[in-house]
Design a protein around this ligand. Sequence first.
Ligand SMILES: [Zn+2]
Length: 113
Amino acid sequence: MVSPILRHLKAVRRRTPGGRVVTHFRREKTSKQVCAICGAPLHGVPHGKRPSEVRKLAKTERRPERIFAGVLCAACTRRVLEEAFYVKHGVKDMSDVDMVLRPFVKQALKVVE
Ligand SMILES: [Zn+2]
């Protein structure tokens, strides 16, 4: 039986300059990008493409044009921005913010008015 790991991979045969044919294996598709907080799949982000293929896309084809695009999902971005707003205006203290959100809230404080 073929090794279970190899069943996920695609065999690629290439001829070397010396004339030998070598077989190597590569993963066919990359997985979906997920939200850093809740793990939900991100929208507007390429998946199934290898990093070299993603690099060749236009900038706006790689991720949406907004804060935390390609990192957080829309729902988590909203939570973070709301918390940042409360902290900025003294409604909440940073120590009252959920620990998971804190690093993102710190970053969002730079853009929240
Ligand atoms: Zn999320």
